[in-house]
Design a protein around this ligand. Structure first.
Ligand SMILES: Cc1cc2nc3c(=O)[nH]c(=O)nc-3n(C[C@H](O)[C@H](O)[C@H](O)COP(=O)(O)OP(=O)(O)OC[C@H]3O[C@@H](n4cnc5c(N)ncnc54)[C@H](O)[C@@H]3O)c2cc1C
Length: 283
């Protein structure tokens, strides 16, 4: 961290866009600061200029837009947990938010920060992937929407340009017959980075899987959808044999590594077990 720091604190989105257009690549956006402050404390952030977006009301609020919920990028985990809209229409996002850090982090950390920080272990990300969310992005050049599953290009890389701000995430509401699921495996229940984290959404009628989406974090360079396992399950009778086969399929489909939090073997085995848990719940 440099001794001389500049912080811009714009009061409107257009002001923020103008600063970013002029200083893109030099200025660093800061929201809740719960990821950035850790980097600063460890002297891993070589940045002298910050764009504090905390005052931008345009990035706040959770709104009902018919089939979709629009979640402002500055929505904190506490706001997500307490929102009746999220509780009713995307319960897995409440479950994910409850596992993030402790109360202090939940009060300050934002969904936009989790998305842009781009950690493969970001806990809200598998939910957004399983729900096929869309990210709303803005800059002086206009706004655009990107499918969440096309947002990340590689480890810690995304399609976000240096002059762009994530404005919101749009998440389709869970349909009447659909069920969703979130499960994080860490060293302990709270304050732990996941060893594997799985979110899913499915519709089952008369024991037949009508549709299913499954996403996993901490097992690849980015959060991933496991399309092969989804294809194996779609339109199939939900039998014990199929559940076992699906567990084996997802264990092979992911590409985890061994690191200081866990081993490759553990991650493959446990991810298979967690998927089996969801499928048994559906029965
Ligand atoms: C003790 C502790 C425990 C934690 N536990 C968890 C956990 O269990 N699970 C988990 O997933 N995370 C965890 N985190 C990480 C962190 O809290 C989350 O990733 C949080 O969502 C980050 O949000 P923020 O607003 O604080 O981001 P910031 O730190 O402000 O920013 C993070 C990154 O996103 C960029 N950014 C932020 N908002 C925008 C925007 N709207 N547009 C463009 N760029 C933006 C910033 O430039 C920066 O690169 C933990 C952190 C700490 C310190």
């Amino acid at each position: 961290m440099n001794d001389q720091m500049t912080a811009y604190s714009p009061g409107s989105l257009s002001e923020a866009y103008a600063i970013l257009a002029e200083r893109a690549g030099t200025v660093k956006i800061i929201a809740g600061g719960t990821d950035l402050m850790v980097l600063m404390n460890s002297h891993l952030l070589e940045v002298a200029e910050f764009l504090d977006i905390w005052r931008l009301d345009e990035l706040r609020g959770i709104t009902d837009e018919g089939d979709v919920l629009r979640i402002g990028a500055l929505a904190t985990y506490t706001q997500l947990i307490r929102s009746p809209l999220i509780q009713n229409h995307a319960p897995a996002l409440v479950a994910a938010s409850r596992t993030i850090g402790a109360i202090q982090i939940q009060n300050r950390g934002t969904i936009g920060g989790n998305i842009v920080n781009a950690s493969p272990a970001g806990d809200s990300l598998p939910v957004l992937a399983a729900y096929d969310a869309e990210i709303e992005i803005g800059s002086n050049r206009g706004t655009r929407r990107v499918n969440f599953n096309e947002f990340y290009t590689d480890y810690r890389s995304s399609v976000l340009e240096p002059d762009e701000i994530v404005l919101a995430v749009r998440i389709p509401k869970l349909r009447d017959r659909e069920r969703d699921f979130f499960w994080k495996v860490g060293t302990r229940r709270a304050q732990a980075i996941s060893k594997t984290v799985l979110a899913a959404k499915a519709e089952v009628t008369d024991s037949v899987i009508q549709s299913i989406s499954i996403s996993v974090g901490s097992v690849a360079p980015t959060v991933i959808r496991t399309h092969e396992t989804e294809r194996l399950l779609a339109d199939q009778q939900l039998t014990s044999a199929l559940i076992q086969q699906a567990g084996e399929s997802i264990a092979n489909e992911i590409s985890p590594i061994t690191d200081l939090r866990s081993t490759e073997h553990y991650r493959r085995t446990v991810t298979g077990n967690v998927l089996a848990k969801f499928l048994r719940q559906l029965r």
